[in-house]
Design a protein around this ligand. Structure first.
Ligand code: FEO
Length: 399
């Protein structure tokens, strides 16, 4: 398999994108399955007064990154290295770039401490204030704090003269594509890309969705009018598509569900819960209700990243589990925990639990969700093999 690809693209007169495609990372953040891969996008502003590098890439790609960067610039000429976010998928090569020249690293005040602790950084660091502007040749760089998108130190940069918003994690996505801009994709790939983006939003940004609303309001209150949005993951957005990507973020951060969308997750040790779910889904289908099903059995495991992405805007979630050691099945506990962290609360959740010698799992799952603030919950527990006895009660709740 191709493990890493680097492309450099001229975005505007003096602005370049260096895109590192990562198909080697199987679990993003050691957590989320990403068979579609991910890119880390670094940006370079090349002006005679001094070059500005915005973000770097993951430290597994240091040598390739330095080589590609060197094709565009002389690293000794880097005047500023702007850090939008210290998560190591972007900050992994800061120390190396600092050692190859003498750049001043600019970022939120928290960045200074993180640079030292993460990398033993000994170079020059200068904190920037919220909405501070600096002039580099004819370009004005405005640094705008966007806290909790995705860490507290996160900020974006608006380059006024290019009308470019360098947005780091914000408006980012999973997926490695040959295109640079979203509008270059054919329609079927646009649909696929929006799914990757929603999955990224749900898994990485979803926990901070209230901060998305606050930060979008903040950006729209400032005198900025981007013509191009340049995230640090995935594709860039330009012209009329800028309002489309902002619209997607507004929709997802609102937590609104898609009407009629039902997603089923089941964890079945010996097949009883699976049989219950299959019968349940068939009954729903007879009533015109389609479902997406994620399964965890002794032979199959769905991707949890897909599950979290799909559940995010579902109107109804059905969580079905076996009972294990008088508790919820361990993987059901884990998935419920992720749902409780990443998913908007305005949903109806049916907890179906099968048991051998005694009910308990349903109550345990309900406790996790209740404590997390979910309120529309129903528990239906059944002895393994006897799910038909509770089917109408379960169907009645969901339909
Ligand atoms: Fe792409 Fe939060 O790092």
């Amino acid at each position: 398999m191709l493990e890493a690809t680097f492309t450099k693209v001229k975005i505007s007169k003096d602005l370049y994108m260096i895109k590192a495609g990562d198909l080697k990372t199987t679990f993003f953040e050691s957590l989320w399955e990403i068979p579609e891969g991910i890119t880390y996008n670094s940006y370079i502003l090349t002006v005679s007064e001094g070059i500005v590098v915005f973000d770097t890439v993951k430290n597994t790609m240091i040598d390739e990154y330095v080589n590609v960067l060197s094709e565009v610039i002389d690293l000794r000429d880097v005047k500023y290295l702007v850090v939008h976010h210290m998560e190591p998928d972007h900050s992994g090569c800061i120390k190396k770039i600092s050692e190859l020249g003498e750049p001043i690293v600019l970022g939120h005040p928290l960045v200074g401490r993180m640079l030292k602790s993460f990398y033993g950084f000994k170079g020059k660091f200068s904190p920037v204030k919220d909405c501070e502007e600096i002039k580099v040749s004819e370009y004005t760089l405005k640094f705008i704090y966007t806290p909790w998108l995705h860490w507290p130190e996160t900020m974006v940069t608006y380059i006024a003269e290019s009308r470019a918003l360098l947005s780091c994690d914000v408006f980012g996505s999973y997926g490695v594509f040959n295109a640079t801009y979203y509008d270059e994709l054919p329609e079927f790939e646009k649909t696929k890309y929006r799914w990757f983006m929603k999955k990224y939003f749900a898994t990485v940004i979803g926990f901070y969705r209230d901060w998305v609303i606050k930060n979008l309001d903040k950006l729209s209150s400032l005198a900025i009018d981007p013509l191009v949005v340049l995230p640090a993951h995935g594709l860039a957005w330009r012209n009329r598509y800028v309002s489309e990507v902002v619209g997607l973020y507004k929709k997802w951060s609102s937590g609104r569900s898609e009407k009629g969308k039902v997603t089923i997750v089941y964890l079945s040790m010996y097949g009883f819960v699976k049989k219950a779910v299959m019968d349940f889904a068939a009954e729903l289908e007879k009533r015109g209700i389609k479902t997406s099903i994620y399964e965890f059995t002794d032979t199959r495991r769905s991707n949890i990243s897909d599950l979290i992405g799909d559940i995010y805007d579902s109107e109804v979630i059905v969580l079905a589990t076996s009972t294990y050691d008088a508790d919820a099945f361990p993987l059901a506990r884990y998935i419920t925990h992720l749902i409780s962290r990443k998913t908007p609360r305005e949903k109806k959740i049916l907890i179906l639990a099968g048991y051998g010698w005694g009910p308990r799992a349903g109550l345990e799952i309900r406790n996790i969700l209740t404590q997390a603030g979910f309120s529309e919950l129903k528990v239906v527990e059944f002895p393994a093999g006897e799910h038909h006895e509770v089917m109408s009660e379960a169907i009645e709740y969901v339909k």
